[in-house]
Design a protein around this ligand. Structure first.
Ligand SMILES: NC(=O)c1ccc[n+]([C@@H]2O[C@H](COP(=O)([O-])OP(=O)(O)OC[C@H]3O[C@@H](n4cnc5c(N)ncnc54)[C@H](O)[C@@H]3O)[C@@H](O)[C@H]2O)c1
Length: 258
């Protein structure tokens, strides 16, 4: 299934940007939405240099939008539909990690931030995109895919806001899957393990670690996955159709099980 128009929320860097590159290489159009112009965040977001790097790939276009903003998200999705006549699939990559403290020393403000970056971004994208995806025929394999995390099913110490937000993101996928049964659109989640991106470096920093390999001690190979490893699972999910509907696919090298 190639030649699709795929919206990548939070695709300006990391796993999302790698997915955009793979999609474009096989003939899909990747519309990357990222908060390229937001500079006051506690989490370092994709910047102008990231935008330039992903935008120079043929078949990739970029839009600067903060997906925490429901109205701005809706406008960005509607504009993409107007430019291309349709969208066929959406992947929600946006996320941010924070932590370093036990839950009882974590403020409600930090929790709200984590929910906004990880869960509301996914929710807003789903609300904006589903009315358009629902106009697509089953032959176009319309799909909504969300990046969750091993933290969406396990408790990881010192990361309470992220753990709670990713559990809630899993809830968005499950709720969507229930509501989409009987339509042509499918929804699923992908739960990465430790993957070598800014997210993993920020997690290491929250733990006071200088080396990210420490965070891969509980997965196969004892080293982080590369963004392309996870991006290939995203492509699989986009192509798999209803067989993965409602599933949270592990992309974690056995994190916590080996
Ligand atoms: N890297 C890992 O080890 C790991 C593990 C489990 C889950 N994940 C998940 O994978 C996804 C991709 O993360 P990554 O590892 O590529 O890290 P990353 O930090 O490189 O990518 C996250 C992207 O989301 C964007 N983003 C964040 N908030 C946004 C907002 N409000 N609006 C628009 N864009 C926003 C960032 O600018 C960035 O481009 C995230 O959801 C993350 O939680 C990553």
């Amino acid at each position: 299934m190639i030649g699709r128009v795929v919206v990548l929320g939070g695709g300006g860097r990391g796993i999302g940007a790698t997915t955009a590159r793979l999609l474009a290489a096989r003939g899909d159009t990747a519309v990357v939405l990222d908060a390229f112009d937001v500079r006051d965040s506690f989490y370092p977001l994709a910047d102008g240099a990231d935008r330039a790097a992903v935008q120079e790939i043929s078949g990739v276009e970029t839009v600067s939008v903060d997906l925490r903003d429901a109205a701005a998200t809706r406008t960005a999705v509607t504009d993409a539909v107007q430019r291309h006549g349709r969208i066929d699939a959406v992947v929600a990559f946006a996320g941010a990690v924070s932590g370093g403290h036990p839950l009882w020393e974590t403020t409600e403000e930090t929790l709200q931030q984590a929910l906004a970056f990880n869960t509301l971004t996914t929710w807003h994208l789903a609300r904006a995109a589903l009315p358009h995806l629902l106009t697509r025929p089953a032959t176009a394999s319309p799909a909504f895919v969300a990046l969750t995390s091993v933290a969406g099913e396990k408790g990881l110490f010192g990361l309470a806001p992220y753990v709670v937000a990713k559990h809630a993101t899993v809830g968005v996928v499950h709720a969507l899957a229930a509501d989409l049964a009987g339509t042509p659109v499918t929804a699923c989640g992908i739960a990465p393990g430790s993957t070598d991106t800014t997210m993993l470096r920020q997690t290491a920093a929250a733990y006071g670690l200088s080396d990210v390999t420490e965070l891969a001690q509980y997965q196969h190979g004892r080293r982080p996955l590369q963004p392309e490893d996870v991006a290939r699972v995203v492509l699989f999910a986009l192509d798999a159709g209803r067989v993965v509907h409602g599933a949270i696919l592990p992309a974690d090298a056995g994190f916590g099980r080996v």
